[in-house]
Design a protein around this ligand. Sequence first.
Ligand code: CAA
Length: 383
Amino acid sequence: MASKGQNFGLSEEQVALRDAARQFVQAEIVPVAAQYDRSADFPSAIIKKAHALGLLNLIQPSTVGGTGLSLFDACLVIEELAAGCSGFATSMVANDLALTPILVGGSPEQHKRFIGEIAKSGAPASFCLTEPNAGSDAGSLTTQVSRDGDHYVINGAKQWITNGGVADQYTVFATLDKTKKHKGICCLAVPANTPGIVRGHHEDKMGQRCSNTVALTFDNVKVPVANMIGAEGSGFKIAMQTLDLSRPMTAMIAVGIARAAYEHAISYAKERKQFGQPIAKFQAIQIMLADMATNIEAARLLTLRSAAMLDAKIPASLESSMAKRFAADMAMEVTTNAVQVFGGYGYTKEYPVEKLMRDAKLMQIYEGTSQIQRLVIAREILE
Ligand code: CAA
């Protein structure tokens, strides 16, 4: 289903790219996914190997050392990564999320410096928008930035920061003046070794456990004025434009999770016998499998369409949110039904589907909950 489903007019290069990602995932990620789920360790060594193969910083320009893929091609790679383990995929895609604000709002010099150094080293980077009291309502963030001569000084707290405990660089959103709401928000590139940054403990999450998630505090963190990305006050728009670009990538993580669950469910349904025949012969199971196949395909198409639009520079907040919303909810349903196909066995850690169900839940929460996506969709269609 995977190859048939994806094979609509892909060029030879795209098929080769997808297959290279699939081979890497089979060799490096699948054999250790359960182990990393247990340990919740960050898979640095494997991500370094992915970087060496050009599977990191996917949409960052090759002129500054990124892989330089279109969003569409990045999505092909991301589905494969996530079908192997979404904890790995999230850790890797988090780099594009962190670097894209710089791509969107930064000067060529800033691209070279803040994208180029991460792209060259393959080090993790983090997008720091969310705060303890500013999640869905990102515009209400309170981390403060103030000008001090040739520097900006940052004070505040960030929450649920992917790669936060292992990153070399943070893209931090902070406000010059809370009373200005989103118009006061700025975007700054902050090297992780800047004095005053305190990293919290790695959260003990339900799923995507090897993806590193921490709280960060910024205590008089001082960066040169040259680290301001875009103009003062343009940070919220930069964040929103970034999320438009990253939501198709996140949607594709959901597609990858669902595809893996579906493939496990199909194989198991063909093997498992009840009432004298494989359970795949029963319509009750066939209907579940048929719905899984259809919904995965629909999510993939919605996602690739939004990616193609963004590649063509067509505004696609609507399509990007539709893809993220549909794919996330679809992955939750598909993985839940995959556990159902496995019955009692599916509910144990001996089989991979319970992990996929735990992993899928996060898709409905991060990078804008399913409810926030509906809010964006409703605003767009009612405009
Ligand atoms: N592109 C460009 N500009 C945009 C935009 C977009 N997609 N969306 C909004 N804007 C602009 C608006 O035009 C408006 O500008 P003006 O003042 O010039 O008119 C401004 O931004 C404010 O927009 P809104 O009034 O719509 O803002 P809002 O406060 O009502 O919030 C929201 C909008 C969509 C709900 C937003 O807060 C949002 O996206 N929330 C969810 C945040 C989110 O996704 N967080 C995830 C964090 S990252 C993460 O989870 C990743 C990880 O670690 C793995």
